[in-house]
Design a binder for this molecule. Structure first.
Ligand code: IMP
Length: 204
């Protein structure tokens, strides 16, 4: 029997300003009868991610949104762990793409991984931690992981962020070459979401 707190159908705040993540959440939540509203649409600020772990940062984001709105909120903290780099960039994955002016340069971030990792097998994994938070401070956390390898040069223009760099185990297409449906069959976020749906959501 699940000891998870169930999420009643109704409004759910997506505690992210990342358009790629928001698109994927929309698809994943579609069958569950939730009314989605994003932190950006509500004018919520992006809290500083001061944690050292995915779950700490996901909790900061979801709790900030839940407390500010009085509604349940869902966040994702995710990143790429490169085996030959001892798991870096990990929780710093977004930071590796930040330019001095604050905008993001993903081609440069992907080139940095290729330049720094000299391991022959190029193993890496995408990790996602999803946190559901309620205004009373209760949280439920779920994680998902997909193993694979990085490629140089990156391939494909679908998806977001580091998608063109990553090929999941047993596949030949990168996430950047996959359709959203193909990516969802493998992705760290879809795997974490499956656990969340099984524990906390009704299926319509
Ligand atoms: P966060 O917003 O701190 O969770 O940062 C996550 C970082 O990992 C961002 O740079 C994202 O672009 C990257 N990332 C996370 N999930 C994915 C994905 O599914 N595809 C590509 N990049 C991802």
């Amino acid at each position: 029997m699940s000891t998870r707190r169930g999420l009643a159908p109704g409004k759910l705040v997506l505690a992210s300003h990342n358009k790629g993540k928001l698109r994927e959440f929309g698809g994943l939540l579609a069958p569950h009868g939730m009314e989605l509203v994003s932190a950006g649409d509500l004018g919520l600020p992006e809290p500083e991610e001061t944690g050292e772990t995915f779950v700490a940062n996901a909790s900061i984001k979801a709790l900030a949104a839940a407390k500010a709105t009085g509604l349940p909120a869902l966040s994702d903290d995710s990143g790429l762990e490169v085996a030959g780099l001892g798991g870096r960039p990990g929780v710093r994955t977004a930071d590796w793409a930040i330019r001095p002016d604050g905008t993001r340069d993903y081609p440069a971030a992907m080139a940095r991984i290729a330049a720094e990792d000299s391991s022959p097998d190029r193993r890496c994994a995408f990790v996602s931690v999803l946190v559901l938070a309620w205004p009373d401070g209760h949280v439920e956390a779920f994680d998902g992981r997909v193993e694979g390898h990085w490629i140089a040069p990156p391939r494909g223009t679908n998806g977001f962020g580091y998608d063109p760099l990553f090929v999941p185990e047993g596949e030949t297409l990168s996430f950047g070459e996959m359709t959203p449906e193909q990516k969802a069959q493998h992705s760290h976020r879809a795997r974490a979401f499956a656990a969340l749906a099984a524990g906390c959501l009704e299926t319509r």
